[in-house]
Write a protein that binds this ligand. Structure first.
Ligand code: GTP
Ligand code: MG
Length: 373
């Protein structure tokens, strides 16, 4: 464009090509027209109504879904009601997904597994949402956040949605928010949902109570104790997958598979009536992953026909009723002004032997009951 302007002078002569380049202008690092456009959009944006959120989610609008999840994660009282209205509106469109919990100690290969396994799931025509419950997220701002950039294929897959875990709050609170997020994702059309958690013993119960299938990832040859996996977590598992079964590790993985298979036989019978399987897989070499997905789908189909699937989802719904009551009561109690003002003093009295823990607890509870706002 610039070229034609400078080439022809007004008197009709042409400027030499050699003098054409007068040096380029320094490019602005910010595209100012784009900034102006975004600003105008921002100004134009009015808060959506609950119904607009619900409609947006149900037509699969990812931006509206993300905004609604942010409301679910918010602790602001004005967001809470809105979030509940949206969840309630989405509830009739939810429930139709395979919810898979994925757990394992740090370094077992969860993120790499989710990336490779996720690609298989979307290639099979599913829409996949990846959520996380991460008790360490207050420190790390949600490990999945960093992972999202590492999940190279999945993060650009139009059929996958990766949501970083909420970064603050009690485990109970974070878990409840994740459970509510599942409902929104299902209403948005996601039919497979992964919920990742670090298997260090706190969050597994919460994840187990919101999934249809609980997959425990294990390392070969590291020993149960080294892996910090408690027996209780193994009992919760619907299947175990030994990760990193490639190269020199392949043989060790097959030994571990045999060991875990026989260890599982000593466990109480699985409530579904289906014996947990032990798989070996390599996320890096993409080996053994399809068979895990097939097995999960078979498990779900069998549980649906036996009635166990519905029974478990009902149990989970009532579990979350009680969990939410407990979490909310605790939140109210500790955020009660009278309690907050006196708690430290009572604690000092308790640790200095001036009061028993019980009488201090009851005194604080009385304070709370008398000062409920
Ligand atoms: N050889 C091999 N290495 C793997 C495989 N999967 C993961 N790894 C490696 O194991 C290390 C840990 O993998 P991650 O996927 O980050 O493990 P993680 O469980 O998500 O770890 P945290 O996020 O810290 O809990 C990385 O260096 C991976 O490259 C595999 O299938 N084979
Ligand atoms: Mg990870």
């Amino acid at each position: 464009m610039e070229k034609t302007k400078t080439m022809e002078h007004q008197d009709g002569t042409f400027e030499s090509h050699l003098t054409e380049m007068k040096g380029t202008d320094t490019q602005e690092s910010v595209n100012s027209s784009a900034v102006a456009r975004f600003k105008s959009i921002k100004r134009a944006r009015r808060p959506l109504s609950a119904q607009e959120y619900i409609d947006g989610i149900c037509r699969g609008d990812m931006s509206i879904l993300s905004q609604a999840i942010t409301l679910v994660e918010s602790n602001l009282p004005e967001h809470k009601q809105m979030a509940q209205d949206i969840i309630q509106g989405c509830l009739p469109y939810s429930g139709n997904s395979i919810r898979i919990g994925i757990t394992g100690v740090p370094g077992v290969g969860k993120s790499t597994f989710i990336e490779s396994f996720g690609v298989i799931v979307t290639a099979a025509g599913h829409k996949l949402a990846v959520l996380a419950i991460d008790p360490s997220s207050e420190r790390t701002q949600g490990s999945i956040l960093g992972d999202k950039t590492r999940m190279e294929q999945l993060s650009i897959d139009p059929n996958a949605y990766i949501r970083p875990s909420p970064s603050a709050g009690s485990l109970g609170g974070v878990a409840r928010k994740t459970r509510e997020t599942i409902i929104l994702c299902e209403a948005a059309g996601f039919d497979v949902i992964f919920i990742e958690t670090v298997g260090v013993g706190q969050s597994e119960t919460a994840v187990h109570s919101m999934v249809d299938f609980f997959l425990l990832l294990m390392l070969a040859g590291a020993g149960d104790q080294l892996q910090g996996i408690k027996r209780g977590i193994m009992e919760m598992a619907d299947s175990i997958a030994i990760t990193k079964a490639d190269g020199a590790n392949e043989y060790k993985a097959s030994i571990a598979r045999a060991e875990y298979s026989s260890a599982l036989q000593l466990f109480p019978k699985h409530p579904s009536g289906i014996n947990p399987e032990v798989f070996v897989c390599s996320s890096i070499e993409n080996k053994g992953l399809e068979v895990i997905f097939e097995s999960i789908k078979n498990y779900i189909a069998t549980c649906k026909s036996s009635g166990y699937y519905d029974e478990k989802r009902k149990e989970q719904a009532s579990y979350w009723l009680y969990e939410t009551i407990q979490e909310q009561l605790q939140y109210d109690f500790f955020n009660n002004q009278a309690v907050a003002q006196s708690l430290k003093q009572f604690e000092n009295d308790v640790v200095n032997g001036k009061m028993t823990s019980f009488s201090a607890a009851f005194a604080l509870l009385d304070l709370y009951k008398g000062n409920r706002s």
